[in-house]
Structures are given as C-alpha cells and as structure tokens.
Design a protein around this ligand. Structure first.
Ligand SMILES: Nc1ncnc2c1ncn2[C@@H]1O[C@H](COP(=O)(O)OP(=O)(O)OP(=O)(O)O)[C@@H](O)[C@H]1O
Ligand SMILES: [Mg+2]
Length: 395
C-alpha cells in the first residue's frame, strides 16, 4: 500500500484519515502544532511549518504520495517533490494556480469561465493602496477587496464602499466587482489521475453575515434543474482549466487529480458565476458523508490510493450545519446537549477535537438527512439549537 502524507493538521485531514481506516491506508501528517485534529488520528505526525520548503521536503522523504488539506503550502517544495518522482495530488502546478487568488482568477478568465471582473490594487510610493483606481476599472464602488494569499474563512476579504473605507486590507491584493447574488452555491468535483470525474450535486451555502463565514449547507440547492446543470458544468470547466494550467507548468498529467470545492454565485439575473476554487475536500461537501453513496473523503482516499472513483449520487436530501462556540466564549471547549441533538432521527455529529474554543472557529459540524429538504432543515435546525459549545469554567 502507498504511504500517504497529508500536509495540514485540520479537520479536513482528520475526516480523510477517518475514511482511510476503512482502506487500511497508512497516513502521516505535517501539522503546524500538536495536538491538532488530523495529527491525533494519523499514523505519524510531523510538527513543522507547512509553507516552508525544507519542512515539506523533509516530511515527504519516506512517503510515496503527498497531498494537502490547506492551500498555504510551499508550492516550490511540491515542485521539487514532483521532480524527484513523488506523486503529488493535486499537482504542484494546481496548487500554484490556486493559492494566489489573483493568478487563479486570471486562469479562470482566460479559460472563458464566468467570474466577477477583477483588477490588481496598485500601491503608491508610500505604500497606500489605490482603491479608487481599482474601482474605476470595475464600474465603481462597492468593490470586494481580496488578499492575494493567505485568506480563509472570510478573513482576507473586505467589501469596500468608498476609497477611504477603513475595512481595506493591507498587503498585496486585488479588487473584484461586487456580485449582487441571490444565493451562494458550491459543487464538489473529484478527478482521478486518468481523467475520470465525479460531480457532487450542487449545494447551497448559507452565510453568517457577522463573520462572512459559511454557516450551513443545503443539498441539493433550491434552484432550477437548468441552473443546477449549469453550476455543475461550470465547476467541471474550472477543474479542467486548472489541470490544463498544471500541465503547462510542467507538472505530470497524473497529478491533475484530487477533490475540488468550487464556490459559485447565483446572480439575481439567474447566471452562475465562479467565486473561487479550493484544491481539497470542502466544507460544502461534508453533507456527502451521510447523504451520498461515496463521500468526498472516500473519493479523496480512492484518488490518493489509486482506486477508481466512487459514486457521488445523493441518496437523501441533507442539511449540514457548522458548529461554533457560543458567542463570546473562549477557552477549553465543553460540549453540551449532544445527546438531545442525536436523539433527533437522521442527525449525525462530527467533532473535530480542537481543544481551544475561539470566536468563529469551526469546532465540528452536524448533518441531518430527511425525506425532503424541508425535513432535513427542520431536523438540522432542531439539532443545532440543542448543541451548545462553551468554555469550561476557569479555562
Ligand atoms: N465579488 C464578490 N461579490 C460579493 N460578495 C463576495 C464577492 N467575493 C466574495 N464575496 C463574499 O465573501 C465571501 C468570502 O469570499 P471568498 O470565498 O473569496 O473568501 P475566503 O476567505 O476564501 O472564504 P472561505 O475560506 O470561507 O471560502 C464569499 O463567500 C461571499 O459571501
Ligand atoms: Mg470562499
């Protein structure tokens, strides 16, 4: 069996390792800290920085297949590993094409994929960003300013209504036109090294406006059949565009594989527009653990192990809810009401094992399946209301 290395210590790695047990797969992780959600379940945990050439090279030494569950990884190290004949999934070329969000946008635009127009934010001699200049090319304010690198969970994104807006971000960034969307959608796509693809049903992502973070996901999305088909077509096109770029950059064809989360907007005029692509299992695909024939993590493991793809078929409508700490709580996590939540039929719970509770940190998720989307929603909402994650007293 191949020895697999996953770079990253988070919940995505953890859920992949839970799946890996079924296949008797050997998985080691590179984690920035110990303990971490993935490190605790791995066959071995190496502690070191993820975005560091030496650290990644050293981690990979005894391993056959290298993957990652986060974008903030040294792409130069992955390139070197490819040169040394290691299997890197998704390839170094794909990571490089995605991790700088502006580069990613340029690739999507060049491939003719519908996405919001964008412009680089330039800086004057004193380092002040020229937001008005960027907005002028996009039809004016409001604009959405995005950090080129390092953003996640809504950090690194700011909606600006004028050039002096104090929400503006420091550092290298670009501006996007503001998309007046009706809903946010997502499609998870799995691609095997031989080019087979499996597309999960398009889902709806519901956002928490306070933190600009995904609060819950509905599968399938409450949109028309034609819109669903368009979302899936566009998502597949994104993955193919990234694969083409990967090949151009010199990565091997077999590296054009992995699980991808494609985030989309459905505009008020009914068009599907790409927001961004993640080269890893995605929060919007967690519902698939309970609701699909083969989950996104099962699919990921199959790809890493060189096994055929599974079926992404939706077996039941589902709602996934991210679990955060109660407002204002920080400290050692304590979980209340789990029994009450699990007493609701169709509800499954996933806790990530993060010791520290912090505002807007994802601590776990729950999924409810139902006979209809309506039933899944009412079960998931009831379960959510029963679970409380608080800080242990005195922590
Ligand atoms: N051009 C846009 N117009 C309107 N809203 C936008 C635009 N771009 C992003 N947003 C909003 O900001 C959210 C976060 O943006 P984006 O997905 O680019 O950042 P992120 O930090 O990678 O987030 P995450 O890690 O949660 O995916 C989007 O889900 C959407 O709600
Ligand atoms: Mg996003």
């Amino acid at each position: 069996m191949r020895r697999i290395g996953i770079i990253g210590g988070g919940q995505l790695g953890r859920m992949a390792i839970e799946e890996a047990r079924r296949y008797l797969a050997h998985i080691e992780v590179l984690t920035p800290e110990y303990p971490s959600p993935a490190a605790e379940l791995a066959d071995a945990a190496h502690v070191g920085p993820l975005d560091d050439y030496e650290s990644v090279i050293e981690f990979a030494e005894e391993l056959d297949v290298i993957s990652y569950e986060i974008e903030g990884v040294s792409a130069e190290a992955l390139r070197e590993l490819e040169r040394r004949g290691k299997v890197v999934l998704p390839s170094a070329g794909i990571l490089a094409a995605i991790r700088d969000k502006y580069v990613q946008k340029e690739i999507l635009i060049a491939a003719g994929i519908p996405t919001a127009r964008c412009a680089l934010v330039r800086h004057d001699d004193e380092g002040r960003p020229d937001l008005a200049g960027a907005a002028a090319g996009l039809g004016g304010f409001p604009i959405v300013q995005k950090a080129r690198r390092g953003g996640y969970d809504g950090r690194g994104v700011a909606v600006l209504s004028h050039s002096e807006d104090e929400r503006s971000l420091p550092g290298p960034s670009f501006a996007e036109e503001f998309v007046d969307f009706e809903r946010e959608l997502a499609v998870v796509v799995a691609r095997s090294p031989s080019g087979a693809t499996a597309c999960y049903p398009c889902v709806e992502m519901v956002f928490d406006p306070r933190a600009n973070m995904c609060d819950s996901v509905l599968a399938p999305a409450r949109i028309s059949v034609a819109q669903r088909a368009e979302a899936e077509r566009v998502a597949l096109a994104c993955v193919e565009a990234l694969c083409a770029e990967s090949l151009r950059s010199g990565s091997p064809a077999g590296g054009c594989a992995g699980v991808f989360g494609v985030e989309l907007f459905l505009t008020r005029s009914g068009d599907v527009v790409v927001n961004e692509v993640a080269p890893r299992p995605h929060n919007s695909g967690h519902f698939s653990i309970e609701a699909c024939a083969s989950s996104q993590f099962d699919q990921y493991l199959r790809i890493l192990l060189g096994l055929p793809l599974g079926s992404p078929e939706l077996l039941a409508p589902a709602m996934m809810v991210n679990l955060f700490g109660e407002p204002g709580c920080s400290g050692e996590a304590e979980y209340l009401g789990l029994g009450e939540a699990l007493a609701i039929p169709g509800v499954a719970l996933h806790l990530y094992g993060k010791r520290e509770l912090r505002p807007f940190r994802k601590m776990g998720h729950l999924t409810a399946i139902g006979a209809t989307v309506g039933e899944a929603i009412s079960r998931a909402e009831a379960a959510r209301n029963r679970v409380k994650i608080v800080a242990r007293e005195g922590s």
